[in-house]
Design a protein around this ligand. Structure first.
Ligand code: HEC
Length: 138
């Protein structure tokens, strides 16, 4: 009987200490800084027609501004490269339909190859992009 009393008293004494320990553990885990993932890099978005003008290499011959000053233009010996900004320099016509035809069929016997593998809506988007460069469109 005495022994049980002793055990009880012991437990009673250490009880506040146990509660204190639990409290401490709780606090230490709660205040741990949560690891934050760095934010993802911002996606670079290029409007579709411009992306196609770049990806299909048009830019290398026709130049970023369409004035026929691309990184590869100097390699095109004797080419009559048009200035997309100036409608008077187009050989095949500067309307949307005419430009689409030039892209679809190319210009035989010149560096301008046929892009016949392209879908119609892609060619249309490219033609629209070229037309936007035209400064003296009628
Ligand atoms: C290897 C160089 C090269 C690449 C690549 C190229 N072109 Fe051309 N392009 C030319 C040359 C050179 C001409 C002029 C041909 C001629 O009449 O002598 C031309 C002509 C054109 C014309 C006709 C303009 C006119 O005079 O009526 C259009 C439209 C055109 N290119 C659009 C494009 C588009 C769009 C792309 C990409 C999908 C492209 N080109 C890729 C060299 C290139």
């Amino acid at each position: 009987m005495k022994e049980i009393d002793c055990k009880r008293r012991f437990l009673f004494r250490i009880y506040p200490f146990l509660v204190f320990c639990l409290f401490c553990i709780h606090c230490s885990t709660e205040n741990q800084p949560t690891k934050k993932e760095p934010p993802p890099p911002q996606a670079i978005t290029v409007p579709l027609p411009e992306a196609m003008y770049i990806q299909n290499g048009c830019i290398s011959c026709h130049g970023p501004e369409g004035n026929g000053r691309g990184t590869h233009t100097h390699l095109l010996k004797g080419a009559q490269i048009p200035n997309f900004q100036d409608v008077s320099t187009y050989v095949n016509g500067s309307s949307k339909e005419a430009i689409m035809k030039s892209i679809q069929n190319g210009i035989p016997g010149t560096y301008m190859k046929a892009y016949s593998h392209m879908r119609k809506h892609e060619i249309e988007a490219l033609a629209g992009y070229i037309q936007k460069m035209q400064k003296n469109r009628r």
